[in-house]
Design a protein around this ligand. Structure first.
Ligand SMILES: *[C@@H]1O[C@H](CO)[C@@H](O)[C@H](O)[C@H]1NC(C)=O
Ligand SMILES: *[C@@H]1O[C@H](CO)[C@@H](O)[C@H](O)[C@H]1NC(C)=O
Length: 367
């Protein structure tokens, strides 16, 4: 009996339906006598250990529901992994986009740029996750490393020292762009999104690669993803460098592609655009619009991704599904209450209950 329980504790990889059903019976029996208390999440301290135990408990409970629904566990397991990988390709980029937009309502910077005398524009900019918080770092003349391949800022280049360098996203990591900008004497770096960045890094800058619909896309931070799928229009993101590489050496931010392109064009036309001032985004200014326009889409994507985490084919009442639903509703309420701290807390909570092995994802991106 102890052997069976130990077996059941790991992910269900059981050879036959008979064994699965036997286990279901054992589980049901144990549950009735509360002998499974050791599998339940301990109350009190929210340690990493207790969180993972809690998650295991949810999955274990779901596994029981799954086998009870007459699914061959191994088959169900493979089916479930496929489902999660696919959803990760399509739903996680949406969730990331809308959630970053939500955080951006408070964290984004507004760059006031003078393109030329009498022509001032404002660009929304998303600070990199290593941003020092010193807005003055983005003040000053804008420069760019060069045309064609040089625009990506992946190779050494020369600019006016002390200027804010504007480089296109793609071809190499944000880390490398920062290194090159630092070597060129830039004050800070602003990356503008490029269509190129939709392809996996190792496929960028390959001749013959098509940029129209149908190419592969890549969701950075999704360690296990990488399958072919529809392209993703990425917009702005929070830039990051992998933890093992340490801290990036220059402040950075990202602006939309159209904005970056127009500044580069202005410079090419002989103008000397500069950032005059940096303002902060105001949460109150955008949250109503977000609630009306974006929240329903974010909730739909989160719901889809939550349901995908289930173990069985069709049982929507599994514990993991119920938990994620509760988390989601809490998050939705926090947004509607316009409570920023609660928004962050509840979103983290929802994320923490996704499958810890294949369901998780990173908010920031590295290239
Ligand atoms: C892109 O490819 C071209 C041709 O292979 C090469 O010369 C160039 O250095 C590459 N650019 C970057 C940024 O890697
Ligand atoms: C900056 O880019 C955004 C998004 O593409 C666009 O809506 C906006 O009009 C641009 N701003 C300016 C001043 O060109």
């Amino acid at each position: 009996m102890a052997k069976h329980v130990a077996h059941a504790r790991s992910r269900p990889r059981l050879p036959t339906l008979a064994v699965a059903l036997l286990l279901v019976a054992i589980f049901r029996g144990l549950r009735a006598t509360s002998a499974l208390a050791w599998l339940a999440p301990p109350g009190g301290d929210e340690t990493a250990e207790s969180r993972s135990t809690g998650r295991r408990f949810l999955l274990q409970e779901s596994a029981v529901a799954g086998t009870a629904a007459f699914w061959m566990p191994e088959e169900a397991q493979a089916f479930r992994q496929d489902r999660i990988f696919n959803a990760k390709q399509t739903l996680v980029p949406k969730i990331r986009k809308y959630y970053q937009k939500l955080e951006g309502l408070r964290d984004d910077l507004i760059l006031q740029v003078e393109i030329e005398a009498g022509n001032r524009v404002e660009y929304q900019a998303r600070p990199a996750d290593w941003y020092s918080g010193l807005d003055g770092r983005f003040d000053g003349f804008l420069s760019f490393p060069g045309v064609q391949d040089a625009r990506f800022g992946c190779n050494p280049y020369t600019i006016k020292p002390g200027s804010v360098v504007l480089v296109a996203r793609g071809i190499c990591t944000f880390q490398q762009k920062v290194q090159m900008a630092k070597a060129a004497g830039a004050k800070s770096i602003i990356v503008f999104d490029e269509r190129m960045s939709k392809a996996p890094l190792e496929q960028q800058n390959r001749t013959g690669r098509v940029t129209s619909k149908g190419i592969q896309s890549w969701s950075a931070g999704d360690a296990l993803s990488g399958a072919a799928t529809v392209p993703i229009e990425r917009g702005m993101t929070i830039m990051s460098v992998p933890a093992e590489l340490g801290k990036a050496e220059l402040d950075g931010a990202m602006i939309p592609r159209a904005n970056g392109t127009s500044v580069v064009e202005a410079i090419q036309n002989g103008l000397t655009p500069r950032v005059l001032d940096v303002k902060r985004s105001k949460f109150e200014d955008g949250i109503d619009k977000f609630i009306k326009k974006d929240l329903p889409k974010l909730m739909t994507a989160m719901e889809g991704y939550s349901l995908i985490q289930r173990v069985s084919k069709a049982d929507m009442s599994e514990p993991i599904v119920a938990q994620l639903k509760a988390d989601r509703l809490e998050f939705e309420q926090a947004v509607k209450n316009r409570d920023y701290a609660e928004i962050r807390r509840t979103f983290k909570e929802w994320n923490g209950h996704l499958d810890s092995e294949i369901g998780t994802w990173e908010l920031a991106e590295t290239f």
